[in-house]
Write a new protein. Structure first.
Length: 258
């Protein structure tokens, strides 16, 4: 799916269920507003339809209602209450949501570009239809490992392996530097800083099916970069407009001649 293609209903199902469960019940208008705020649609999906107030994205959300998409699958109910159509999640929907919660949290909490979120949800839908397992890798587990490690040991171990692969790739002569500002923890802190860096996911890293792990991790390196703690926080500071490496470099180059 290219950035110019519109999002499909099946790619909205998981984020819609997440919000319906979070809010306990939602009107169609509220669902449109919250999905728009959560996913930040851009490109073709952000365009206003001719003669309408709806964007192409909001119209696709409305199609969840008109096509009875969530009802047909047994994931949610939709009924009129005091003139408003209200979504409520079912037990089947809750089960499906729990099964996929790590995917939802990863894609919607890491400030990825809309086009990457859209493509990822498409691939997740295809994988689920083919009964393939989808595995996530979390960049934040390596930052807050003390609080999250015990909650999901398997996810921690996967993310740790990806971090180790990334450090090996980006280490040169025993040093690994932030790709934005070139800060070197070893140079600055001595031995305690050796091999320390945060790994930023530029694009989502999702593993579909039973792909051989080492091959997958090598391919995944194309989507991750090492960043010092300061630069990593600056990348994510504005959730609605996360900075690219190029943009962040442009902020600091005039001051530090990097």
């Amino acid at each position: 799916m290219s950035g110019g293609e519109r999002i499909a209903e099946r790619e909205l199902m998981l984020p819609a269920l997440f919000l319906i469960d979070l809010r306990k019940s939602l009107t169609t208008s509220d669902l449109i507003a919250e999905l728009t705020h959560l996913m930040h649609p851009s490109g073709e999906d952000a365009k206003i339809l001719n003669g309408r107030k709806d964007t192409k994205f909001s119209q696709k959300v409305r199609n969840l209602v008109s096509h009875h998409t969530l009802e047909r699958l047994g994931y949610a109910t939709y009924q009129r209450i005091r003139g408003n159509g209200i979504f409520q999640i079912t037990e089947t929907g809750k089960g499906y949501l729990i099964e996929n919660m790590s995917i939802i949290e990863y894609l919607l909490s890491n400030d990825f570009a809309y086009k990457d979120i859209k493509v990822s949800f498409k691939h997740v839908s295809i994988a689920k239809e083919a009964l393939k397992k989808v595995l996530t890798y979390d960049e934040n587990l390596m930052i807050t490992e003390g609080t999250k490690r015990n909650r999901n040991v398997t996810l921690y171990k996967r993310s740790s392996k990806l971090r180790d692969f990334a450090i090996k790739k980006y280490t040169l002569d025993g040093h690994i530097k932030c790709v934005v500002c070139f800060f070197d923890f070893l140079d600055f802190y001595g031995e305690i800083g050796k091999n320390y860096i945060e790994i930023h996911h530029v694009k989502p890293v999702l593993q579909y099916g039973e792909e051989e792990e080492n091959k997958f991790l090598k391919d995944a390196l194309e989507n991750v970069i090492p960043a010092c703690s300061n630069c990593h926080r600056m990348i994510h500071r504005n959730r609605e407009q996360p900075l690219s490496v190029i943009d962040l470099k442009a902020c600091i180059q005039p001051r530090h001649n990097i």
